[in-house]
Design a binder for this molecule. Structure first.
Ligand SMILES: NC(=O)c1ccc[n+]([C@@H]2O[C@H](COP(=O)([O-])OP(=O)(O)OC[C@H]3O[C@@H](n4cnc5c(N)ncnc54)[C@H](O)[C@@H]3O)[C@@H](O)[C@H]2O)c1
Length: 328
């Protein structure tokens, strides 16, 4: 039985705690969150105890930490966990600062612990089916990728201000998808961005719509389009064109009922947002992490993947701000 400590009893911490309860070989021992009410509620739900950061790292029985707290706490917690020899599951991004993220990657390697970074899309049943069909050669050699990634609505302005910007906060997932699907690295990045949804986002120094073009080291091309607002809900699709055909991954809907009447053919809107759309992905991701710890699988989203996605986010931010193509 592995004892687990969870940092952050917010939206994503609650999801991971729920999935952890399904792991036969693990139990949630501690919940840490400066929001005492949230910490106590989650601890009560899982028969865990509320604890401080110091208590967690002083307890030798804690084998695993789940880092689901604010982004600006990730690096300190990764460094402390690596130093204490704990296995680490950390939400994206590793940090907003590339040098600091690289420092975390070094510490993880030196400590010899596992560190999964939460790029849950790789564990989504639809996306992973598409990836394995590419690997089986169904569309020949992949040459072009189009990623559409649209949120139903923007987050609050205080969140935007501390998010590190749309490229590090939102497109970090799309940059990871790009590397994973094309199995290639970026050679150049050209990013453009605009504020079309809410002027307050521009006032906060950020954009809310982006168009990014990446050329890979092997000359493949990827286009990513994102917005913080899609009137019809969370839109997560991608399309891979290969030498022998195309694969497309579409949205999921709550039901597959289609209504055909004299005026229209209609169906459900896509699942509302990430907590619904990636429900299965989050469960698969955590199960994968524990399978790795049990020696049954090899880690699929490492801290190096977290660093690489951040390199792309940095390059895209520079490209947008300086109006030029950035070479990596
Ligand atoms: N992979 C994904 O799909 C995904 C989705 C959402 C959020 N995230 C990431 O997860 C993290 C949390 O996001 P969220 O949406 O759950 O936020 P949230 O605001 O709902 O919850 C974060 C919680 O962390 C707590 N916290 C802050 N500092 C802490 C500390 N030092 N120790 C312990 N707890 C602390 C806060 O009090 C809050 O309750 C962010 O880094 C975010 O980027 C990832």
């Amino acid at each position: 039985m592995i004892d687990v400590a969870l940092f952050g009893a917010g939206r994503i911490g609650t999801i991971h705690a729920g999935n952890l309860a399904k792991e036969a070989g693990a139990r949630l021992k501690y919940v840490v969150d400066p929001n005492a009410k949230a910490a106590q509620a989650l601890a009560d739900r899982h028969r865990a105890q509320v604890a401080t950061v110091e208590q967690v790292f002083a307890d030798r029985d804690v084998g695993v930490v789940l880092i689901c707290s604010f982004t600006d706490t990730h690096a300190d917690l990764i460094l402390a966990a690596a130093d204490a020899g704990k296995q680490i599951f950390c939400e994206k991004p590793v940090d907003l600062d590339l040098a600091r993220a690289r420092e975390c990657a070094e510490a993880v390697k030196k400590a010899g612990v596992s560190c999964l970074i939460g790029f849950q899309r790789r564990y989504d049943p639809t996306f992973s089916a598409l990836k394995s069909r590419i690997q089986k050669g169904e569309i020949g050699t992949p040459e072009m990728l189009v990623v559409t990634s649209r949120d139903p609505g923007p987050p609050p302005i205080p969140y935007i201000r501390s998010s590190g910007g749309i490229f590090k906060d939102m497109l970090i997932h799309d940059f990871d998808i790009f590397r994973w699907i094309l199995d290639d690295e970026a050679d150049t990045v050209h990013a453009n961005a605009s504020c079309l949804v809410d002027p307050a986002i521009a006032e906060a120094g950020d954009a809310d719509c982006t168009a990014v073009t990446i050329r890979t080291k092997r000359g493949r091309l990827c286009q990513i389009n994102t917005t913080r607002r899609a009137a019809y809900g969370y839109d997560q699709r991608f399309e891979v064109l290969g030498s022998e055909g195309m694969l497309q991954a579409g949205n999921h809907a709550p039901t597959e009922v289609v209504a055909s009447t004299a005026t229209a053919v209609s169906r459900d809107l896509p699942e509302h947002f990430f907590l619904e759309r990636y429900r299965a992905a989050y469960a698969n991701e955590l199960a994968h992490f524990f399978a790795v710890l049990a020696g049954r699988d090899k880690l699929r989203t490492t801290i190096d993947d977290g660093v690489k996605a951040l390199e792309l986010a940095d390059a895209a931010t520079i490209s947008w701000k300086e109006g030029r193509i950035v070479k990596l």
